[in-house]
Design a protein around this ligand. Structure first.
Ligand code: FPP
Length: 228
């Protein structure tokens, strides 16, 4: 089933509000993150159905290490389980996994799981799911500029060619949930001409209909890329 998606190819989401979702229910924060993983599953499936070529999700920022050790461990544990247990789901939905950020600096067991999942899903074609892990846009830009300089000149084209997202379609739409209105060091270069969409929904409450609403609004916006 392909639903009209108004021309968007690549959507990115800052999945915010898991903690508040749990707090409202008097549950521990980890319960919010678990509900967040369920929302990820549903939205990845919906993104494929809506004809999106790429979905990039901000799962763990390079600043998230500042959280209490227990929460960092909970998040890493959930991520590991997601990567392992959803391999069949990725195959069934033709999802190719990609990881952006400095993920090779993560614990060796996480790196090994990621490498295995990347290989197992490398032939899938319908949707690319890029999970941002240990990701910070400023770090990405420093890495890209350093690589560009090593090759000769720091031009916009050279930086772009070395971004973690270099092989993905241009970013069309960036969504942030939970009512916060900032980019939090996510895809700063890629957002230059992306449409921004903010919703008060907390991430675990974000449903396919909410993604559709964001895409509908995207379709009604006029993108001018600096022209008239
Ligand atoms: C923000 O909520 C969410 C995160 C920091 C982590 C996002 C992670 C997931 C949704 C689960 C794992 C992801 C994948 C791809 C399997 P918050 O804790 O900052 O919420 P708050 O602002 O309400 O406290």
């Amino acid at each position: 089933m392909t639903i009209q998606n108004q021309g968007a190819r690549h959507v990115a989401i800052i999945m915010d509000g898991n903690g508040r979702w749990a707090k409202k229910r008097l549950l521990p924060r980890v319960a919010g993150h678990k509900a967040g993983v369920e929302a990820v599953r549903t939205i990845v499936r919906a993104a494929g159905d809506m004809g999106l070529e790429a979905l990039t999700l901000y799962a763990f920022s390079s600043e998230n290490w500042k959280r209490p050790e227990e929460e960092v461990n909970d998040l890493m544990g959930l991520m590991k389980r997601f990567i392992v247990s959803d391999l069949d789901e990725f195959a069934a939905n033709d999802v190719k996994l990609k990881v952006i950020g400095d993920w090779r600096a993560l614990a060796p067991d996480v790196v090994a799981l990621i490498e295995n999942a990347l290989e197992r899903t490398s032939g899938n074609k319908r949707t690319t799911l890029a999970v941002a892990l240990n990701y910070g846009a400023q770090d990405e830009l420093v890495r890209a500029a350093t690589a560009a300089a090593a090759e000769g000149a720091i031009t916009a084209e050279a930086i772009e060619a070395h971004l973690d997202t270099a092989d993905m379609p241009p970013l069309d739409l960036l969504i942030r949930t939970s009512g916060e209105v900032r980019l939090s060091n996510f895809l700063l270069w890629q957002s230059a001409y992306a449409e921004l969409y903010f919703t008060d929904k907390l991430w675990p409450d974000f449903k396919p209909a909410d993604l559709q609403a964001a895409l509908d609004q995207f379709g009604r916006r006029e993108r001018r890329y600096g022209g008239l």
